[in-house]
Write a protein that binds this ligand. Structure first.
Ligand code: ADP
Ligand code: ARG
Length: 344
C-alpha cells in the first residue's frame, strides 16, 4: 500500500507528531509484523485524532521491536524508561504503605485499581481477528467463572445486554463506554459489540473487562479510601487468573499492552476525591500532581470533565516502576493533595 507522511498541523502536541520524522516514516512504512500489522495502522489513531496525547497503538508484541524507532522515544518520554532499562515487578501488598485514615475517608469517594493484560501468543486488540477475539472471550470468561470465594461471579457479554443495563453499568463507573474515537481509529472497535463483555462478582468489587482496549482489564474497586484493601484484592485476583491464563510479558517492557502508556505494570490506581478548593487553583493542583507523578482526570473516565469538585487522581508512571510503587505514588500524592486542600 502506498501512503504518505501525514501532514500534522503546527498545533499538534502528540508524541506521534513529535517523534515521527520523515526519515523514520520512510524507514518503517513498508514494514509489516507477522500478524500483518503496519506503521499505517500503528499511527492511524493519532493521525485521525490530532488532539491525541500519544497517538500510537501496537498490534502485537512484535510491533514494539519492528517500529522501535518510533515507539522507543515515545516510551522514553512517557515513562522515563530507556531502551536498556529492565522492568521490575512487585505485586506484594505487604510492601505497600497505604493506611487509611478518617481524614482520607472524608475526602475519598471511591478507590479503583486496574491492570491491563493480553493473552500470550495472540495479537493485541488492534490486529486481532474475529475468531481470535472470540477465543479470548471464551477462554477468559471460562477461567473467570471458575473463580471462587470473593472473586466468584458471572460473565455478561455486551451482545444481548439491554441498553438500560449497559448504561447503568457505565453510569456507575463499572463498564467501559462505546464508540471511543481513539480506539475506533486504532481498529479496536472492529466487530463491536461481539466478543466484548464484563465479568463481575456480586458486590462489584472485582470486575474484568474483556476485549476493550486490552483483552483483559482486571479491576478491584470499592467505595471509600481503603487503598490497601483494593490493592490486596487485585493482587490476589491477578495471581488466581494467572493460574489458568498465560499473559504476554517481556523482560524489557513488562506486561504488553496495545497503548504504550500502559506497558510495564499496566496499572492505573485511582481515587475519586473531593478537592473543590484546589479545583479553583489548577496551577497549584497540577504542580502537586506532577511532583508526585500523578494524572488528573474527570469522573467519567479518560477525556471526561470533573463534576462537583470531584477528580480522578491516578499514577502516571507504569513502566520501570513496580505495582507497589504505582500505588505508593498515588497514595503519597493523595496525602499531599488533601493537605493542600485543607490549607486553602
Ligand atoms: P481505565 O482506568 O480503565 O484506563 P477510564 O479512565 O476510562 O479507564 O475509567 C474507566 C471507568 O472507571 C470510568 O467509568 C471511571 O469513572 C471509573 N473509575 C476510575 N477510577 C475510579 C474510582 N477511583 N472510583 C470509581 N470509579 C472510577
Ligand atoms: N490514544 C489516546 C491518546 O493518545 C489515549 C492514550 C492514553 N490512554 C489510553 N486509554 N491508552 O490521547
Amino acid at each position: 500500500m502506498h501512503y504518505q507522511f501525514p501532514a500534522f498541523e503546527k498545533t499538534c502536541q502528540s508524541l506521534l507528531c513529535k517523534y515521527l520524522t520523515p526519515e523514520i516514516f520512510e524507514a518503517l512504512k513498508e514494514k509489516k509484523t507477522s500478524h500483518g500489522y503496519t506503521l499505517h495502522q500503528a499511527i492511524n489513531s493519532g493521525v485521525q485524532n490530532p488532539d491525541s496525547s500519544i497517538g500510537v497503538y501496537a498490534g502485537d508484541a512484535e510491533s514494539y521491536a519492528l517500529f522501535a524507532p518510533l515507539f522507543d522515544p515515545i516510551i522514553q518520554e512517557y515513562h522515563g524508561f530507556g531502551v536498556d532499562d529492565i522492568h521490575q515487578s512487585n505485586f506484594n501488598p505487604n510492601d505497600l504503605h497505604a493506611p487509611s485514615s478518617s481524614t482520607m475517608e472524608e475526602y475519598i469517594v471511591s478507590t479503583r485499581i486496574r491492570v491491563g493484560r493480553n493473552v500470550d501468543n495472540l495479537p493485541l486488540g488492534p490486529a486481532i481477528n474475529q475468531a481470535q477475539r472470540h477465543e479470548v472471550e471464551m477462554n477468559v470468561s471460562r477461567a473467570l467463572e471458575a473463580l471462587e470465594g470473593e472473586l466468584g461471579g458471572t460473565y455478561f457479554p455486551l451482545q444481548g445486554m439491554s441498553e438500560t443495563d449497559r448504561n447503568q453499568l457505565i453510569a456507575d463507573h463499572f463498564l467501559f463506554k462505546a464508540g471511543d474515537r481513539f480506539l475506533e481509529a486504532a481498529g479496536l472497535n472492529r466487530d463491536w459489540p461481539q466478543g466484548r463483555g464484563i465479568f463481575h462478582n456480586n458486590a462489584k468489587t472485582f470486575l474484568v473487562w474483556i476485549n476493550e482496549e486490552d483483552q483483559l482489564r482486571i479491576i478491584s474497586m470499592q467505595q471509600g479510601g481503603d487503598i490497601q484493601a483494593v490493592f490486596t484484592r487485585l493482587s490476589h485476583a491477578v495471581r488466581e487468573i494467572e493460574k489458568s491464563v498465560g499473559f504476554s510479558y517481556s523482560e524489557h517492557l513488562g506486561y504488553l499492552t496495545s497503548c504504550p502508556t500502559n506497558l510495564g505494570t499496566a496499572m492505573r490506581a485511582s481515587v475519586h476525591i473531593k478537592l473543590p478548593k484546589l479545583g479553583h487553583d489548577m496551577k497549584r493542583f497540577e504542580a502537586i500532581a506532577s511532583q508526585h507523578h500523578l494524572q488528573i482526570r474527570g469522573i467519567h473516565g479518560e477525556h471526561s470533565e470533573s463534576e462537583g469538585g470531584i477528580y480522578d487522581i491516578s499514577n502516571r508512571r507504569r513502566l520501570g516502576v513496580s505495582e507497589v510503587q504505582c500505588v505508593q505514588d498515588m497514595y503519597d500524592g493523595v496525602v499531599a493533595l488533601i493537605a493542600a486542600e485543607q490549607s486553602l
